[in-house]
Design a protein around this ligand. Structure first.
Ligand code: SAM
Length: 319
């Protein structure tokens, strides 16, 4: 599957639900009405859709997202069924709240990797950013995910005036667990879109803020990875790897190989653009040729570069 700019689409980010127990200040709008359960893609429909994308269109990678994917009761079944398909990668993005309990089941079901959102190591700040006083639970979840053998990365959305003073602590914490952390530039979508310029911290400023713990950033090659990754020599000795997701300061649209589908079938060829229709009419009942028509028509809207501001809050389509 290719878009009009010639980019091959190999990677699906599939949102399983718009429900999430967290209320991250940059993600979840005050009024948020998730679609009714009956309008969500079922396990059968998800398997059929992913199969179709693999066998007809060469899909290689699948990431389960949300909302919060662990809020979807059928998560384990969805992982089991997609893990049996010939995918090079099966990953999930999570707030980490249920990992201490469920990491083993996720791994046994066939999940390979988790990216855990961790915006602060200060309990109060964590609660302010996420709306949930649950930092120890998330930290326990990270430890459990490592213990059961999932590959773990940490994700931090950096928000000026909230957690931008904590980057060194977060990097040091990640390095102590031998984990890669990715600092995400705030994107102008969702509740902070109106204050974006005041709250946004570009990669260059993040790297400056890390100067007290990092001696040198040595660039690593990225391929189709969204993150700009660096090997870091640490002031305290030793090395770690850090990534910056720089959608705003260094957009990576040229290398974009992904599409997104929301829990109710919305088709998002670009994270920041409006949905290019809804695939449900070709999924329920399953109509493969019609599905291809909708995919083709939607992909025709994938612009070479993302728009300046996002159309929908991330909770709606998954990050
Ligand atoms: N609930 C899961 C989680 O917490 O990771 C998955 C869904 S969440 C929408 C996916 C990612 O989007 C998270 O890393 C989140 O921090 C990020 N995100 C949400 N809104 C954002 C924004 N305005 N700018 C940058 N990243 C954002």
């Amino acid at each position: 599957m290719r878009d009009p700019s010639g980019r091959s689409i190999r990677y699906l980010r599939l949102s399983l639900t718009q429900a999430c127990p967290m209320r991250c200040i940059y993600c979840r709008p005050a009024i948020h009405n998730p679609p009714h359960r009956r309008n969500l893609l079922t396990c059968d429909e998800i398997e059929q859709l992913v199969r179709h994308l693999i066998f007809r269109h060469g899909l290689r990678k699948l990431r389960l997202t949300g909302g919060e994917p662990s809020a979807r009761p059928e998560l384990i079944e969805i992982i089991e069924r997609t893990a049996r398909l010939p995918l090079a990668d099966l990953a999930m993005t999570t707030n980490g709240l249920t990992l201490a309990r469920d990491a083993r089941r996720l791994k046994d079901a066939g999940l390979k990797r988790v990216n855990v959102s961790l915006d602060s190591l200060a309990p109060r700040q964590f609660a302010q950013l996420t709306g949930v006083d649950a930092l120890p639970r998330v930290i326990d979840g990270i430890h459990e995910a490592i213990a059961v053998g999932l590959k773990v990365k940490l994700n931090t959305v950096v928000v000026r005036g909230s957690n931008d003073q904590e980057l060194s602590d977060l990097l040091t914490f990640a390095a102590s667990l031998n984990l890669e952390i990715r600092f995400i530039e705030l994107m102008p979508m969702g509740p902070l879109a109106g204050q974006w310029l005041d709250r946004y911290v570009p990669e260059a400023a993040m790297r400056k803020a890390l100067a007290n713990v990092v001696n040198e950033f040595i660039p690593l090659s990225t391929g189709s990875e969204a993150a700009r990754r660096y090997r870091c020599n640490l002031v305290a000795g030793g090395e770690t790897t850090v990534g910056f997701i720089t959608a705003m300061s260094h957009p990576f649209c040229d290398a974009c190989d992904r599409i997104r589908i929301s829990a109710d079938g919305g088709f998002y060829p670009c994270l920041m653009d409006a949905p290019a229709g809804n695939l449900m009419s070709a999924i329920r009942p399953f109509a493969p040729d019609r599905l291809d028509e909708l995919l083709r028509a939607g992909l025709a809207h994938k612009a070479p570069m993302h728009p300046a501001s996002g159309h929908s809050p991330m909770i709606q389509l998954g990050g």
